[in-house]
Design a protein around this ligand. Structure first.
Ligand SMILES: Nc1nc2c(ncn2[C@@H]2O[C@H](COP(=O)(O)OP(=O)(O)OP(=O)(O)O)[C@@H](O)[C@H]2O)c(=O)[nH]1
Ligand SMILES: [Mg+2]
Length: 350
């Protein structure tokens, strides 16, 4: 009997969700309350009918529910339009999700980088990610919830330029844990090929908070390089793919009286990444951003984000206009949750 059954909880039917066994909701909901994925009562639980009228059926046509898109459900967008796939990578807490919410909030307010919001298949996912940082959520500090999912999920934005051109952006949002595992085990890099090969831009965030810390900075600096190296060696990340390295949370690094040493270290980090990038990639840039500067910071909300976003929308790589399910083999001796990730990435095109 599973833990879920012994606790008398409803079962989650989302593929890959381990809620039944360890109580962790793949979508990050506490106790799975409010999870958009329909759950069915555990076997033997008579409190609700198993034939829940809301449960998915093979005969149903699944329409976007407003939450993050799975790899499979992005295929409709990538086939129908010249969608740009932006892979946002980095260690846990580097600021990946906050960067996406920052863009969504700017574009919701009006014209941003010459683009207007036209549509989003994942508007509820954006709203959910933005919520904890809003004053209405009454949080003392603006916080972004940790992303728990280990399988690729995508935020979607359709943008309209001043000339009326529509562009679809698909932005990945995965837990930093996935990228940590890539650094720790080269084989894991190969298995990420499915969607990273399709990237129109690969964005690597370095956590400025770690770079500000004397104890953590070397590790933070090196792990980013190791990630790039692992993906290159596994031939998952192409030398032709534009790569943007972002020194994130730059509000914690701006020159002040007592942080000369940190300022020098950041210059060193930038120089080392540029050296590495020029050697290995045809289009490589390092820049500084602060998606959500701390209170009283001299930086504006979304410092450095607008030019980055502008590049993503206008990036022109029509030869990559294919959907991106790749053939990847499962790894031996790996935990079931990770093997599920590899199976998802490796699912064959029909
Ligand atoms: N000071 C400051 N804090 C930031 C900034 N951007 C993000 N943060 C904070 O950094 C923390 C981590 O941000 P997330 O966006 O959740 O990081 P993530 O990379 O998505 O992390 P995982 O989902 O765990 O992989 C949150 O508490 C954010 O509020 C920034 O520009 N400045
Ligand atoms: Mg996140």
């Amino acid at each position: 009997m599973s833990d879920a059954e012994t606790r008398g909880l409803r079962r989650c039917v989302e593929p890959g969700c381990t809620f039944d066994t360890d109580g962790v909701c793949l979508e990050g909901f506490s106790e799975a309350k409010g999870c958009p994925y329909k759950s069915q009562p555990a076997e033997g639980d008579t409190s609700e009918s198993v034939t829940d009228s809301n449960a998915p059926s093979d005969n149903w046509i699944l329409l976007p529910d407003g939450y993050e898109l799975s790899l499979e459900s992005t295929a409709g967008i990538t086939r129908a339009t010249e969608a740009k796939v932006i892979v946002v990578a980095g260690e846990s807490a580097a600021g990946k999700t906050t960067l996406l919410t920052c863009i969504f909030e700017h574009i919701s307010e009006g014209v941003y980088a010459g683009q207007q919001f036209a549509w989003s298949d994942t508007v509820l996912a954006f709203e959910r990610a933005c919520y904890p940082s809003r004053i209405s959520s009454e949080a003392e500090q603006p916080e972004t919830e940790r992303t728990k999912r280990l399988i690729p999920r995508f935020f979607h934005l359709q943008l309209k330029s001043e000339a009326g051109k529509l562009t679809d952006l698909l932005l990945t949002d995965m837990s930093g844990e996935v990228y940590r595992r890539v650094v720790d085990n080269q084989e894991n890099a190969t298995s990420l090929g499915g969607f990273i090969r399709r990237a129109d831009c690969f964005v690597l965030l370095l956590d400025g908070k770690r770079l500000a810390s004397q104890e953590l900075r070397q590790d933070g600096f090196r792990r980013g390089l190791l990630l790039l190296e692992a993906l290159l060696q596994a031939q998952v990340l192409s030398k032709m793919c534009p790569v943007r390295v972002l020194i994130a949370k730059y509000d914690l690094l701006v020159p002040e009286q007592d942080n000369e040493n940190t300022v020098k270290f950041i210059e060193y980090v930038e120089a080392e990444y540029k050296r590495f990038g020029t050697e290995h990639f045809s289009d490589f840039k390092v820049s500084r951003i602060s998606s959500r500067p701390k209170e009283n910071s001299s930086l504006d909300y979304g410092f450095g984000v607008e030019p980055l976003f502008s590049e993503w929308v206008t990036a022109d790589r029509p030869e990559l206009n294919v959907d991106f399910l790749a053939d990847v083999k499962e790894l031996p001796n790996e935990r079931e949750s990770i093997n599920y990730l590899w199976r998802q990435l490796g699912r064959q095109k029909e």
